[in-house]
Design a protein around this ligand. Structure first.
Ligand SMILES: *[C@@H]1O[C@H](CO)[C@@H](O)[C@H](O)[C@H]1NC(C)=O
Ligand SMILES: *[C@@H]1O[C@H](CO)[C@@H](O)[C@H](O)[C@H]1NC(C)=O
Ligand SMILES: *[C@@H]1O[C@H](CO)[C@@H](O)[C@H](O)[C@H]1NC(C)=O
Ligand SMILES: *[C@@H]1O[C@H](CO)[C@@H](O)[C@H](O)[C@H]1NC(C)=O
Ligand SMILES: *[C@@H]1O[C@H](CO)[C@@H](O)[C@H](O)[C@H]1NC(C)=O
Ligand SMILES: *[C@@H]1O[C@H](CO)[C@@H](O)[C@H](O)[C@H]1NC(C)=O
Ligand SMILES: *[C@@H]1O[C@H](CO)[C@@H](O)[C@H](O)[C@H]1NC(C)=O
Ligand SMILES: *[C@@H]1O[C@H](CO)[C@@H](O)[C@H](O)[C@H]1NC(C)=O
Ligand SMILES: *[C@@H]1O[C@H](CO)[C@@H](O)[C@H](O)[C@H]1NC(C)=O
Ligand SMILES: *[C@@H]1O[C@H](CO)[C@@H](O)[C@H](O)[C@H]1NC(C)=O
Ligand SMILES: *[C@@H]1O[C@H](CO)[C@@H](O)[C@H](O)[C@H]1NC(C)=O
Length: 826
C-alpha cells in the first residue's frame, strides 16, 4: 500500500482543484459529485448509484465509478470500474492517478484502501486519464497522446460498445468477457457470461456459472457465425471478425454515428442489441439471443420453472415458494424457490398420522438437469425407489427407464414439447396434495368421510345452482350484435373466462384467455399489462379501435376498465395464430392456395388500417403471432391500435418482446418518423416466412446458413423461386403466384422506405391487377466478397456497384397507375 501512503497528502492538498473537462491528472482527482465529460459531450464519468429496485433501503450508499451516456435522460451506464466493491460515500473516495502512474480508486473511509486499479506496469508516472467520445476511458502518457497504456473499452463489464473489441489476445490469453449485473439494482457480476471460446475456436459462447454453455454463435464460416444467419440483416452496423496469429476478435461500428446503440448481456442471461429511439425516449430491442428466455440455463433457479407463456417467465413449481422475494422483484430468480412443507421423511415425526410423501404429476415439462439413472422395472418401482431415499425429489419413467433427481431441480420448463421433455413426478408432502390416497389410518374415518363427501357434493350442487341463478340475475352481458362496444364488468369477465383459467397465449402486452359468453359466443379476453392511461382516455382510444371493422381485422367486442384493470374482449379465432400453423406444424401444412389467401387477406387488413380508416393506424408489430386465423383460415390482423393505446409504453413493450426482431424496419432504429411503410417491411419479412414455412433466421444449414431473405433475393434473380418454397408443399404451388409473392416480399424489405410498395399496391399485385418488376437485392442484405482475415459483411459496397443497381431499377418502365417506379400495369 505504499502508493496510497504517498497519495494522501496530495489528495488533501487538492481539495480546491477538481477534475474538469475530459481529463483526470495527478493533481485533479475526481470525487463526490464531480464528473468528467468527453469532448463531444457523448459520455460522462462519475460516481453512479443504480436506480433502486423495489427495496428502497437495500442500495443505499452504493456508489460505483461508471461511464454513462451524457444525452440520454434514462441514465444508462456502459462501463463500471468497481462493480463488486462499491463505496458508501463518494465524498470520501477519489479516482486519481497514483504515483506509479496507474489510475486508482481510493476509499478514505475504509483505511485508504485501493478499491480498484488499472494495474499496469508503466515506465512513466506522468499519465493522465481521458474520457473519449467513443465511451472509453484511456490511460495515456500526459504528453504523448499516442502512448495509450490502458483502455476501459478493452475491459468491458456488461456492455460492448461500438469500436470495442470482444475477443482474445492470443499472446496473453486474456479475453474480453461480458458479465451481466446480478439484478437490476446490483451491478456486481451475475452468473452468466459471454466470451469467445477460450479453447480457441471461432465461436462465441454464453455460459452459466462458467460451466454450462447454453448458447453458441456457431463457428465463423468466413461470412457469418453459422448459427446466427440473421446477423447479415443489420442495416445500421458494420461488423468485422478478425482472426490471426496474435488475436481474434469481433468489432462493430455504426454506419451513422448519431445512432446510439449498445450490445449488452442482460440480467436475464440474454445478449441484446439495443438502440436508443429518440422519438419514444426509450431503448428498443433490435436483436437478442438465445431466442427465447427459457433457453437461458437455470434462469429460474432451483425449483423454479420457466414458462414462455407467462410474464414474468419464472414461477415456483407446485409446493414451493420464492426463496428471496426481494431478488425476484429485481428480476434475479437465481436464488430459486424453497419447499413450503417439509417432506415427511425430513421431519422426525413417526406418529401414525404422518402420511407418506406423495407425487405430483407435471406433464409436458422440460425435465431438470442432472438426472440419475435408477434401476426399476416399472413406473411403480421407480416411485418406490424414489420414496425410499429421502434425498430423492422427483422421478420420471420413460422409454429409457427410471430416472431420479437427488439434488435441486434446475432448468425446468412448463408447457414444453421439445427434446428432453416428459412427465415429472414431483415429491411433495402429502398435505400439499388434495385427495389423499387411502391409508389404514384413514379407513376408520371412511364412514365419516363418506357422509362428508355427500354433504360436499350436495353443497357443490347447491353452489352451482345458486351461481347459475345469480348469474342469470346478475350477468348483465348484452348481446354482441350491432357495432357498439360492450363495457364489461371485471367480475363478469372473471366469470366467463372461468377465472382466467384457459390461457390462449401471452406476450408483452399481457395474457389472453379464452372465454364463453352466455349466448355461447367464444371470446378472447386480453388482460393488458402496463396501460397507465386514465379511464376516460382509455375509453376514447378503445372506442376508436372499436369502430375499425374489416373482414381481415380481429373484431373488438368490448372492454373492461375498472380501477387499474384494463381488458379488451375480442372475437375468438379457432385456428389460432399464423406462427402456430406455419412453424409448429401442429396440423398438416397450409396449402399454397391458403397461404396466398392469407397473404392477400393480411395485406387487405393492413391496407384498411393504413388508408381506409379515419386516422391512419400504423400497426407497428406485424408478425405471424399477430395474424389470427378463423375457422376457414381467413386471416385477421390482431392487436392493431395497441401502439397508440399503450402510447409510450408501447416501446417498452417492444423492448420486452422476446425472439428475434427480424420484423423491425431499419427506420425504427435510425430514429426517423415511423410511417405505414414500417408495417410494409414487417409484412415482407412475414411473407418470406409464409413462402418458406420457417422463420427467416431459422434455416439452419440449409441454404448455407444464410439469412433467408438474402438467399431468396438472389434466387429470385436467378429465376429459381421453386427452391424457396416450403419443402412440405412438395413444389405444389401456382408458379405465377409464387413469383409474385417473392417479388412483393423483396420489394417490401427495401432499405429505402419510398422504394417499398404501399399496402394498396401489394393488394393489387397479389390480386394480379398490377405487374411488378424484378426487385433489387436490398443493399443491406448483400453479403460481401471476402479478404483473407477481414470480412466486412455489412459495409457499403463500392458506390459504383450501388449506383449501377439503382440505375437498372429506375430504368424500368414507369407505372401508369401509381407514382412508383417499380410497378407497371399489365
Ligand atoms: C491537471 O489539469 C489541470 C486542469 O486541467 C491543470 O491545470 C493542471 O496543470 C494539470 N496538472 C498536471 C500535473 O498536469
Ligand atoms: C431491503 O433490504 C434490506 C437490506 O438488504 C433488508 O434488511 C430489508 O429487509 C429489505 N426490505 C424489504 C422490504 O425487502
Ligand atoms: C515520478 O517519478 C519521479 C522519479 O522517478 C519522481 O521524482 C516524481 O515525483 C514522480 N511524480 C509523481 C507525480 O509521482
Ligand atoms: C495486478 O497485476 C498483477 C500482474 O500483473 C497480478 O498478479 C495481480 O493479481 C493484479 N491485481 C489485481 C488487483 O488485478
Ligand atoms: C509518442 O509515442 C510514439 C509511440 O511510442 C512514438 O512513436 C512517438 O515518437 C512519440 N512522440 C513523441 C513526440 O515523443
Ligand atoms: C496482447 O497483450 C500484450 C500484453 O498486454 C500486448 O503487449 C499485446 O499488444 C496484445 N496483443 C494484441 C494483439 O492486442
Ligand atoms: C457455481 O460454481 C461454483 C463452483 O464452480 C459453485 O461453488 C457454486 O455453487 C455454483 N453456483 C451456483 C449458483 O450453482
Ligand atoms: C492481426 O490483425 C491485427 C488487426 O488487423 C493487426 O494489427 C495485426 O498486425 C495482425 N497480426 C498478424 C500476426 O497478422
Ligand atoms: C431429527 O432427529 C435427529 C436426531 O434424533 C436430530 O439431530 C434432527 O435435528 C431432527 N430433525 C428434525 C427436523 O427435527
Ligand atoms: C440416496 O441417494 C443418494 C444419491 O443417489 C445416495 O448417495 C444415497 O446413498 C442414497 N441414500 C440411501 C439411504 O439409499
Ligand atoms: C428419459 O428421461 C431422461 C431423464 O431426463 C432423459 O435423459 C432421457 O433422454 C429420456 N428418454 C427418453 C426416451 O425420452
Amino acid at each position: 500500500m505504499a502508493p496510497v501512503f504517498f497519495l494522501l497528502p496530495l489528495l488533501l492538498g487538492q481539495i480546491l482543484l477538481c477534475a474538469a473537462g475530459d481529463t483526470i491528472n495527478s493533481s485533479t482527482p475526481l470525487s463526490g459529485a464531480q464528473k468528467i465529460v468527453s469532448k463531444g459531450n457523448k459520455f460522462t464519468l462519475g460516481f453512479y448509484t443504480p436506480p433502486q429496485g423495489t427495496n428502497t433501503s437495500s442500495n443505499q450508499g452504493n456508489y460505483y465509478i461508471a461511464i454513462w451516456y451524457s444525452n440520454i435522460p434514462l441514465q444508462t451506464t456502459v462501463w463500471m470500474a468497481n462493480p463488486d466493491l462499491p463505496v458508501a460515500d463518494p465524498t470520501t473516495a477519489a479516482l486519481t492517478i497514483g504515483s506509479d502512474g496507474n489510475l486508482v480508486l481510493l476509499d478514505q473511509s475504509k483505511n485508504r484502501q485501493v478499491l480498484w486499479s488499472t494495474n499496469i506496469s508503466t515506465s512513466s508516472n506522468s499519465t493522465i486519464a481521458v474520457l473519449q467520445d467513443g465511451g472509453s476511458l484511456d490511460l495515456r502518457d500526459a504528453t504523448n497522446s499516442s502512448m495509450v497504456y490502458w483502455r476501459s473499452i478493452d475491459h468491458p463489464t456488461n456492455t460492448w460498445l461500438p469500436g470495442g473489441k470482444l475477443g482474445l489476445n492470443k499472446t496473453t490469453g486474456v479475453s474480453q468477457r461480458l458479465v451481466p449485473w446480478t439484478n437490476t439494482a446490483n451491478p456486481s457480476p451475475g452468473l452468466f457470461s459471454l466470451e469467445l471460446d477460450p479453447r480457441g475456436t471461432t465461436q462465441y459462447l454464453i455460459q452459466w456459472n462458467d460451466s454450462i454453455t447454453y448458447w453458441s454463435s456457431g463457428p465463423w464460416n468466413n461470412n457469418i457465425f453459422s448459427l446466427v444467419p440473421e446477423m447479415t440483416s443489420g442495416y445500421n452496423y458494420d461488423f468485422q471478425f478478425i482472426n490471426n496469429a496474435t488475436e481474434s476478435y469481433f468489432i462493430y461500428s455504426m454506419k451513422d454515428n448519431s445512432i446510439i446503440s449498445r450490445f449488452i448481456i442482460d440480467v436475464d442471461g440474454q445478449i441484446k442489441q439495443l438502440t436508443w429511439v429518440p422519438a419514444s425516449q426509450s431503448w428498443i430491442l433490435f436483436w437478442s439471443q438465445p431466442r427465447t428466455q427459457c433457453e437461458v440455463y437455470a434462469l429460474c433457479g432451483a425449483y423454479g420453472s420457466c414458462n414462455l407463456n407467462a410474464l414474468p417467465f419464472c414461477n415456483c413449481i407446485r409446493g414451493f415458494s420464492q426463496k428471496v422475494q426481494s431478488d425476484w422483484d429485481l428480476q434475479d430468480y437465481s436464488s430459486g424457490c424453497k419447499r413450503r412443507v417439509p417432506l415427511q421423511c425430513q421431519t422426525n415425526s413417526s406418529s401414525s398420522q404422518a402420511q407418506p410423501d406423495k407425487f405430483y404429476t407435471m406433464a409436458n415439462v422440460r425435465l431438470p438437469d442432472n438426472a440419475q439413472t435408477a434401476v426399476a422395472a416399472s413406473s411403480q418401482d421407480c416411485q418406490v425407489a424414489c420414496l425410499n431415499n429421502c434425498s430423492c425429489n422427483a422421478y420420471t419413467y420413460n422409454s429409457s427407464g427410471c430416472f431420479a433427481w437427488h439434488g435441486d431441480l434446475i432448468n425446468l420448463q412448463d408447457q414444453y414439447s421439445g427434446n428432453g421433455g416428459g412427465t415429472l413426478f414431483l415429491r411433495l408432502a402429502a398435505s400439499e396434495l388434495p385427495g389423499s390416497k387411502r391409508s389404514k389410518a384413514v379407513i376408520i374415518g371412511a364412514v365419516v368421510g363418506g357422509v362428508a363427501a355427500v354433504l360436499i357434493v350436495l353443497s357443490i350442487v347447491a353452489y352451482f345452482l345458486f351461481q347459475k341463478y345469480r348469474r342469470e340475475r346478475t350477468l348483465r352481458i348484452p348481446k354482441t350484435a350491432g357495432g357498439t362496444l360492450i363495457a364489461f364488468r371485471y367480475s363478469d369477465l372473471q366469470h366467463v373466462t372461468n377465472n382466467f383459467s384457459e390461457r390462449l397465449g401471452g406476450g408483452a402486452f399481457g395474457s389472453v384467455f379464452k372465454g364463453k359468453l352466455p349466448d355461447s359466443t367464444a371470446i378472447a379476453v386480453k388482460r393488458l399489462d402496463g396501460v397507465h392511461q386514465g379511464e376516460k382516455q382509455f375509453r376514447a382510444e378503445v372506442s376508436t379501435i372499436g369502430t375499425v371493422q374489416h373482414v381481415n381485422l380481429v373484431r373488438l367486442l368490448g372492454f373492461c376498465s375498472e380501477g387499474s384493470r384494463r381488458l379488451l374482449v375480442y372475437e375468438f379465432m379457432p385456428k389460432g395464430s399464423l406462427d402456430l400453423q406455419l412453424f409448429l406444424g401442429e396440423t398438416t401444412a397450409l396449402s399454397w392456395a391458403t397461404r396466398y389467401q392469407i397473404a392477400l387477406g393480411t395485406a387487405r387488413g393492413l391496407n384498411y388500417l393504413h388508408e381506409k380508416c379515419r386516422d391512419c393506424i400504423i400497426h407497428c408489430d406485424v408478425k405471424p403471432e399477430n395474424i389470427l386465423l378463423d375457422e376457414s383460415f381467413v386471416p385477421k390482423v390482431a392487436d392493431f391500435g395497441l401502439a397508440k393505446l399503450l402510447g409510450r409504453d408501447f416501446s417498452r413493450v417492444l423492448t420486452t418482446m422476446r425472439g428475434t426482431r427480424g420484423y423491425l424496419a431499419p427506420e425504427w432504429i435510425s430514429g426517423v418518423a415511423i410511417t405505414a411503410k414500417a408495417d410494409v417491411f414487417s409484412y415482407g419479412m412475414m411473407l418470406f416466412e409464409l413462402i418458406s414455412g420457417r422463420r427467416n433466421s431459422d434455416h439452419g444449414e440449409q441454404h448455407g446458413s444464410t439469412f433467408f431473405p438474402t438467399f431468396a433475393a438472389s434466387k429470385l434473380h436467378e429465376g429459381d423461386v421453386r427452391t424457396l418454397l416450403d419443402p412440405k408443399l412438395n413444389g405444389d404451388a401456382n408458379a405465377d403466384e409464387l413469383t409474385r409473392a417473392c417479388k412483393v416480399a423483396c420489394w417490401c424489405i427495401q432499405d429505402d422506405e419510398s422504394a417499398r410498395p404501399t399496402t394498396g399496391q401489394i393488394v393489387q399485385i397479389l390480386e394480379g391487377f398490377l405487374d411488378v418488376n424484378m426487385p433489387p437485392v436490398p443493399r443491406s442484405l448483400r453479403v460481401l466478397g471476402e479478404s483473407p482475415d477481414v470480412i466486412n459483411f455489412f459495409s457499403d459496397i463500392s458506390s459504383n456497384q450501388t449506383s449501377q443497381t439503382q440505375n437498372s431499377t429506375t430504368s424500368q418502365t414507369r407505372s401508369t397507375t401509381s407514382g412508383s417506379s417499380h410497378l407497371q400495369s399489365p
